[in-house]
Design a protein around this ligand. Sequence first.
Ligand code: PLP
Length: 378
Amino acid sequence: MEFIDLKAQYQASRELINGRIQAVLDHGQYIMGPEVAELEGRLAAYTGAAHCITVASGTEALIISLMALGIAPGDEVITTPFSFIATAEAIVLLGAKPVFADIDVATCNLDPTLIEAKITPRTKAIMPVSLYGQAADMVAINAIATRHKLPVIEDAAQSFGSVYRGKRSCNLSTIGCTSFFPSKPLGCYGDGGAIFTSDDELAQAMREIRVHGQSRRYVHTRIGVGGRMDTLQCAIVLAKLERFEWELVQRNQVAAAYDALLSGRCGLVSRRRDRSSAFAQYTVVLEQRERVQAALHAAHIPTAVHYPVPMHLQPAYAHLCAADQCPVAERMAARVMSLPMGPYLSQLDVREVAATLLKEVDGIEEEAAHRIPAANAA
Ligand SMILES: *Cc1c(COP(=O)(O)O)cnc(C)c1O
């Protein structure tokens, strides 16, 4: 069993992918070839955002967004401590300070009720992450941002394709950023990412920043980066888009099967009724994670922990946030575990994963039940 079965996914779209790759090899425009604009048009239409700018990776998408917003040394950006490190890294790379607001224990996304207390005159943006595939509370976050005249960047690296109150993730705030890292819901076969916005000026700035700040050939009107996504990777995403909606349905069916077997019997990251998930991950919450993980490992069932250490406790970031400021993130970092997930995971595999997991969880509960009377007797 694979944690995410990329080979099965390739086999399902093999002809389309090979054909798209061959077309690029034939026309030879490896950088900014026709597939780049084609993909940007398709993705903008898909999300409903006016603009899509493809970039070299999800990390680059975050960096270019922050650069376009003019984030500079001394500025503060409010974000979640419970994400892949790239979220905070992008902020720190621009010389700004990530200010971590704690997460909601149910969804593991930024808790909007904790944001306002973190706003200072130096705050220049809010950067929520739509973790595991489910959008953060964007309406509440946008309302706070509007009150304080702040832009919102959604780190949607895990949530491309999900819907929040009728709108697609990536089109829920000033800027949305996603990643086409191979294991993300919509992945390429290398690195890639995209930025979405409906703000014409920001879009223009981000297009220029992507190519070294060029407004015209060899005219550099701003400081930029080498941040393009190559034509081959765009071609691969175009091919994979054909089955993407079907794959989202399959992911949701896998999640529904896990839900049916696990809910009420072990902790789960909850999902809100007003939004769907792209199920980048299906994540359970366990009191004795290491033990359950070892049992699954022994049964050759792969698992992963996203993420074992919250960002404010990472060695390079610890000085940015007092150790006790995000107790919920710390609690969840010690308890979350993601199960095999993907559009090609069979119902048989789902049942095997759930049965192995529940056997261990039930064993732990039984032991605890036996220990209590013993302790009372002593
Ligand atoms: C994967 C990921 C990124 C980084 O994307 P890359 O394409 O790997 O650079 C950023 N944020 C989150 C939440 C991610 O999951």
